[in-house]
Design a protein around this ligand. Structure first.
Ligand code: HEM
Length: 448
């Protein structure tokens, strides 16, 4: 493609060779264009760092600081707060839209906002941001995604001078990103200072969270060659933005497909709802501990990620050193190695009725598929091997909880104003529904 060699892997065998058998050889990332280097502070993020000590330090910090099982449990209150707000927002939207073909909600927009709230909360630990403020931060993050989208000059660098306007715009968006996130960083810094000096009267858990990702960057992160990360505002902005971006659109996209499947199949919806009623009932909201014990919900989430992986491709890999081979071919170090996920998770050699959406395939006695790929690759919506998504457990927890809360709070159906539901998709950073889903909702009677 232009001046770049792009190698697309579309089979489970070769993906296994690249990510597991020769995982160390292909664990790097390719060089970036200048725009993306601005937003990654020259590859100083977990996802963009080349394989080596810097990547290891960043990834270890993100996992132990935020994404480990124990940390994930600690953030259960942030999730519950965001879920309550999510359901309340949808109730309000449904009520205000009731004149126009019955109560309805735009699914992706609401899901995206809910996930964004959780991640903002986890990143900065500031719990009193009002909705207008959150919407402003979200708008800037979206502009960053647009500024870093793939461009023709990524492949044909000699065209770069023609893109000077976009380059100038990217610098302006970076300034805006810093101006938006830095005040949040500084506020958390001041709170931590106050707490340390013990003259704080902060209401822990109401105004500030006891812990945030930013705290791990300010306290523990040591990376050779990058100076004092805690004192470098640019690096802090970059790392905080990474955590928020990586988990927002991927999870929200999965929720839109989940609701489409629920609307499409009344029996799937009835079984999900019956499971929620059995385990929790309608006297209190579902929480993450409940969802772990719901086998049909877990099977539904797995089938969702098999049939609708939120991204077509894993992030691009690259060979660490010259001399590596894949499927017998030489792989140059400067080649992009992309793994195409749908051909694996719908491979008729690996799956029975691969194009059918059927959560039952994962229930007892049926299919087993190790989603991490280490015991054999059949579906890898989170990638596999050394660069596997560190947010895997968090992503699954968020999807399961949101689906459970959505069926607990509403009965879902197709909206009469919409054409017949179809499952055509389109790439918009993630793989979204081609026609955004507007669903009809009937609030259920809950006693909490
Ligand atoms: C349903 C939700 C999610 C999906 C489907 C997903 C998918 C992926 C995929 C396919 C990769 C590329 C793996 C590779 O390069 O081989 C990745 C990497 C990554 N994801 Fe996720 N992700 C999700 C949620 C999250 C969350 C919640 C976070 C953190 C808050 C996160 C953080 C990251 C990071 C930091 C990387 C880069 C890892 C590295 O390069 O070492 N993701 N994700």
């Amino acid at each position: 493609m232009g001046e770049r060699t792009i190698i697309v892997i579309g089979s489970a065998e070769v993906a296994h060779e690249a990510l597991i058998e020769k995982g160390r050889e292909f664990a790097s990332r390719p060089r970036e264009n200048t725009t993306r280097n601005i937003f990654s502070s020259n590859k100083f993020t977990v996802n963009s760092a080349v394989y080596g000590a810097e990547w290891r330090a960043l990834r270890r910090n993100m996992v132990s600081g935020m994404l480990s099982t124990s940390r994930l449990r600690e953030f259960s209150r942030a999730r519950m707060r965001a879920m309550d707000r999510f359901v309340a927002r949808m109730r309000a939207e449904a009520a205000s839209a009731s004149g126009d073909g019955g109560p309805s909600v735009w699914v992706l927009r609401n899901a995206r906002f809910a996930v964004f709230c959780i991640l903002l909360d986890m990143t900065f630990g500031l719990l009193d941001l009002d909705e207008a403020h959150i919407v402003r931060v979200d708008a800037v993050m979206k502009r960053v995604l647009l500024a870093t989208a793939v461009r023709m000059d990524d492949y044909l660098p000699f065209l770069r001078p023609l893109f000077w306007r976009q380059q100038r715009q990217a610098l302006a968006v970076r300034r805006e990103q810093v101006d938006t996130l830095l005040p949040l960083i500084n506020r958390r810094r001041a709170i931590l200072r106050d707490i340390k000096q013990r003259h704080s009267d902060y209401d822990i858990d109401d105004v500030v969270a006891p812990f945030s990702y930013l705290d791990s960057l300010l306290d523990d992160l040591r990376v050779e060659g990058r100076g004092d990360v805690a004192a470098n505002d640019g690096l802090l902005v970059t790392l905080c933005a990474e955590l928020i971006n990586a988990g927002t659109d991927t999870t929200a996209t999965a929720i839109e497909w989940a609701v489409a499947r629920i609307v499409d199949s009344p029996s799937v919806q009835a079984r999900l709802h019956a499971e929620v009623m059995d385990h929790v009932g309608d006297a209190r909201p579902v929480d993450d501990k409940d969802t772990d014990a719901m086998p049909y919900l877990q099977a539904f989430v797995k089938e969702l990620l098999r049939k609708h992986p939120p991204t077509y491709f894993s992030l691009t890999h690259a060979a660490v050193q010259p001399g590596s081979k894949l499927a017998g071919y030489d792989i140059p170090t400067d080649a992009n190695l992309d793994i195409f996920l749908p051909t694996i998770s719908e491979d008729p050699k690996l799956w029975d009725r691969p194009t059918e959406f059927d959560p039952d395939r994962f229930l007892a006695g049926g299919e087993t598929a190790d989603i991490t790929g280490s015991a054999g690759i059949r579906m890898i919506p989170f990638g596999a091997g050394r660069r596997i998504c560190p947010g895997l457990a968090m992503g699954i927890t968020h999807i399961a909880l949101m689906v459970a809360r959505m069926v607990q709070a509403f009965q879902w159906s197709a909206h009469p104003s919409q054409p017949k539901l179809d499952f055509k998709d389109r790439v918009e950073f993630t793989v979204v529904m081609d026609r955004p889903l507007l669903a009809a909702v009937k609030p259920r009677n809950l006693s909490f």
